[in-house]
Structure formats: structure tokens, C-alpha cells
Design a protein around this ligand. Sequence first.
Ligand code: PGA
Length: 253
Amino acid sequence: MRKKLLLGNWKMNKTPSEAKAFALAANEMVDFAVAHDIEVGVAPTFVCLATVKENINPKCIVAAQNVNEHDHGAFTGEISIPMLKEIGISWVILGHSERREYNGETSEKCNEKIKALLAAGMTPVYCCGESLETYESGQTKKFVAEQIRTGLAGLTPEEAGKVVIAYEPIWAIGTGKSATKETAEDTIGFIRRTLRENFGPVAMDIRILYGGSVKPNNVAEYMSQEDIDGALVGGASLEPNSFQGLIDGMLAK
Ligand code: PGA
């Protein structure tokens, strides 16, 4: 049984004091979600991680938005796994399309990071998704299958079972133009079959999230689909009221 998961990706939003205010406001809603069998989490910026971790309900996942694959060394501007571990962070989003586009993150690099995270007993949330051009040329499945195969290359089935996947079509991110539930399910079902071909039955236990303009008023549609296990949400995860709306929406399906 795959547990539902709602993960807020705050991107480059919120100062530490704003992040702390959200953390304090979120306590009851985290309890509410957990009591209804929904796992919830937020992914603040690096400078807000410790503040959020210290102030939010301990049942809430606090995830980083990236990590370096090396433990330490001459990598100016980077953050390592031991640094995150020391402040109690055990989840990391990897390969978000914005990082792929603006920071040159590749599926090969994500693969190194995923292996390093798994070796450290942490949970990677690996993002995939196609551009509008790829979507319109009917190449979505080929493109996404390649991202999955490369990103998870060399993992054992047991390791693959510990990864969370997020499918986020780039044309739906921050555009208000969400994928229909049928389109999202079609690709996510395909991702599950790709995982099955590569890793066997464990694919049925791997959580796959949909992301891209998920809002309180459309999250239930996605949750009604067989292969969609939750949502990775940007804009609508930033305010406590809207976050509560997402939780309510997930329950409404
Ligand atoms: P959005 O972002 O919900 O604002 O579209 C989703 C994401 O990029 O994770």
C-alpha cells in the first residue's frame, strides 16, 4: 500500500522568518494530515532548513531542494549530505526541471546524487518531465523513460524502492496550465511500467507524484488516479491556508 504524499517545493521563496511563520502555522494541519494517512512535507531553501526543522511539527518531512554528491571539499557554493544530516534533514529533491535548465543538472549527475543519498540512508525525490516541444512532438514517454533509466541506473531493486519519483511536465510548472488527470495518469502509469521493467515488482511500492500547477481545487482529480500517489506542489504550497486546502483536496478524492 503506497502512502499518499504531499510535498511543497518552496523554490527560492521565503526568508527564514517567513519560513518560521509557516512552520508554526502548520503544526495542526500536519497532525490532521498524518491522522488521515497522508504524509506531508515542505522543501525550503538551504538557509531556512534548520529554522523550519526546529519549528515545524516533527511529523512533517523537511526536504532540501538539492545536494552535492561529495561529502566535503572544494565545491564553492555547494551543500553536502553530512551537513544536511547533522540538522536532521533526510529528504532531498533532485533533478527538478528548474535545476536542469538553470544549473545544468543532468540525469547522470542525479544518479550520482541518488546513490550518495541512498548510501547515507536518505530519501531522494527524483524529478522528471518533458518540455512543451517534446510533449507536442509525442516524445514524452521516450524522454521520461530515459530520465528514469539514467537517473536510477545501477540501483538494486531494494534501493530503487526507496526513491520517490515526481513527474512534472515542464509546460505545466508555474503556468496554471496543469496536465489533465488522464494525461498525468497515462505518463505516470508508463513510468511505473518502466520501473517494473528495470526493477521488478518493487515498482508497485514506489511512490510517484504528479507536479505542475497542482492547486487545492484540482488535487483530488489527480489523487483519483490509480498510479498517482501524491503531489509535488510549488506555488500553492507557500501559504498555510492553501497548504491546508491541498490536504483537504487530497482527502476529498
Ligand atoms: P507549481 O510548481 O506547482 O508552481 O506549478 C511545481 C514544481 O515545480 O514542483
